[in-house]
Design a protein around this ligand. Structure first.
Ligand SMILES: O=C([O-])CC(=O)C(=O)O
Ligand SMILES: [Mg+2]
Length: 545
């Protein structure tokens, strides 16, 4: 009997999720690797196996059950898992990702079956590098890392937040074809302040409160240094940290190592794409907009900073650009007299009387665009949305918080309350809305259009650093790929059914930005799209020798 390329034969080969083909092992392979008798008689194609999975999924009663089933499939047959989700992204992205992932994270410790990725705990301080070396793969190119501090709009859910790095990296592959062999989800466990979880007997993380920043940041420093040492070509993707940690950690590392924060830069990118297309619909240019953020955390600040740089490139002075951006948080409008603001929020606090009422603030500031990054479901009440419609002929309203019950308002509310005049987008997918004889199709302003494509560009070019320009270019590329017909129905983003194609084109444009900035570590090819295609993961069975 011959051994496969990783030395495995027989049951060990069947139990290896990367090499397993299950009923698709050929007769020759069964003979060669000692599989005869371990499999049913039939030899099936990957497509036939997909049919069986689809059939089994129809018998599940909820997307949560489908999520658990698909996780099990990934644990046993990676190729089949990606073949299934890439066969119908519109159907499967909402199951492996938002909104189902939100519920999956809340229940993570309860539905947990098998470990995936790595868990580094603050108890490992001083030996993080040694513990990281337990990971068997030699060529890790991306680590998506969270500490569970602010998962989606769900707040601090500690180790249950591990669902997010796992899901985000599945989107690298499913939405942009980054090969899964190079991806490592990682949970940096420094405890949780979530009392309910600390008391849950099935909670999976360390049972202690979060440490102060002075203890957390040296731990993150040690982790970042350990990654540099073991995987010098690895890009660190920070995800779902609390707002202030997100902003401070990105500032700490962005000029020193290859890293980015998706909540800051990816969310900013997709929202910029939405704004570019909203302006195509209503006319005008970004520099003439007044933008009001409900929520002043990492997503709001990241987007505000990106908008300021775009407005400056359209000719505004930086101070003037900042004056067009207003923010509002739990304590009301950010204004110059407030003494409870972080350094990075202060630049968006303008002279204004204090107000703690959102409608009053909107009526006074008169924004053209309202962006919800508050995590507060229903924050955009009828009076808020009607105020936007009074001020603007075509009010731009983006309700970006997720999962679904955290959205600031629904698509139906936005269209009804503005009598169909809103240019609306949400962080989750809402169904089409029929209003006064028209059908409106709100697009999903989700960073899944941005970060997987940016990651593909980083992967293909071996980029040394990640810059805001890469996210701005990704935003423009995504905006350019929305067909006119969709724009006329109010959809600001490309269809998810073509997500891989959209990502390839976006990645090619981002790759150009990387080469132009001199940040690539490979020679520049003549045809960038072809170059990206050569790096794509192919969901078909690997050779075993
Ligand atoms: O994951 C998503 O859908 C968007 C996101 O990054 C977040 O909400 O933190
Ligand atoms: Mg996030």
């Amino acid at each position: 009997m011959k051994a496969s390329r990783n030395g495995k034969t027989g049951l060990d080969l069947i139990h290896d999720p990367v090499l397993n083909k299950n009923t698709a092992f050929t007769r020759e392979e069964r003979e060669k690797y000692g599989l005869l008798g371990l499999l049913p008689a039939v030899v099936e194609s990957l497509d036939q196996q997909v049919q069986r999975v689809l059939m089994q999924l129809t018998h599940k009663h909820s997307d949560m059950d489908r999520f658990v089933y698909l996780t099990g499939l990934l644990d046993t047959n990676e190729t089949l898992f990606y073949k299934v989700i890439m066969s119908d992204p519109t159907r499967f992205l909402p199951i492996v990702y938002d909104p189902t992932i939100g519920e999956a994270c809340l229940k993570f410790g309860h539905i947990y079956r098998r470990s995936r990725g790595m868990y580094l705990s603050i108890a490992h301080r001083g030996s993080v590098s040694k513990v990281l070396a337990d990971w068997p793969d030699k060529d890790v190119r991306f680590i998506c890392v969270t500490n569970g501090g602010r998962i989606l709009g769900l707040g601090d859910i500690g180790a249950n937040g591990m669902g997010i790095p796992i899901g985000k990296l599945q989107l690298y592959t499913g939405a942009a074809g980054v090969p899964p062999a190079h991806l490592l989800p990682l949970f940096l466990d420094a405890g949780t302040n979530n009392e309910q979880l600390l008391e849950d007997p099935l909670y999976l993380g360390i049972r202690q409160k979060r440490p102060p920043t002075e203890e957390l940041y040296p731990f993150v420093d040690e982790f970042v240094a350990a990654v540099q040492e073991r995987y010098p070509d690895c890009c660190i993707h920070f995800e779902d940290w609390t707002g202030s940690d997100a902003v401070h950690l990105l500032a700490r590392y962005r000029d020193k190592v290859c890293c980015y924060n998706d909540d800051i830069q990816g969310t900013a990118g997709i929202t910029l794409a939405g704004l570019i297309n909203a302006l195509k619909i209503k006319g005008g240019s970004l520099k003439d907009e007044t933008i009001f953020f409900a929520g002043a955390g990492s997503a709001g600040i990241g987007l505000a900073d990106l908008l300021v740089s775009e407005m400056v490139s359209e000719g505004l002075a930086e101070e003037e650009a900042r004056s067009r951006i207003w923010m509002y948080d739990v304590n009301g409008l950010l204004q110059s007299e407030r003494d409870d603001l972080f350094d990075f929020q202060r630049k968006y606090a303008h002279k204004h009387a204090p107000t703690r009422d959102l409608t009053t603030a909107i009526k006074s500031v008169k924004p053209t665009t309202l962006i919800g990054v508050s995590t507060v479901g229903g924050l955009f009440t009828r009076s808020v949305v009607e105020a936007m419609a009074e001020i603007n002929d075509r009010p731009v309203v983006f309700a970006l918080s997720n999962p679904t019950d955290h959205a600031e308002c629904t698509a139906e509310q936005a269209y009804q309350w503005t009598k169909g005049r809103a240019i609306f987008a949400a962080g989750v997918q809402f169904p089409p809305v029929d209003y006064a004889g028209e059908t409106y199709r709100a697009g999903q302003a989700n960073n899944l259009y941005i970060f997987p494509a940016v990651a593909m560009a980083i992967y293909a070019t071996r980029a040394k650093r990640v810059t805001d320009d890469m996210f701005i270019e990704a935003a423009k590329a995504v905006a350019d790929q929305v067909p006119d017909k969709l724009l006329s129905q109010g959809t600001l983003f490309p269809p998810q059914s073509d997500i891989l194609e959209t990502s390839v084109k976006t990645a090619a444009r981002v790759a150009k930005t990387v080469f132009d900035a001199g940040l690539a570590q490979v020679p520049q090819p003549a045809d960038l799209e072809d170059f990206v295609r050569k790096h794509l993961y192919d969901a078909s069975y690997p050779e075993l020798d």
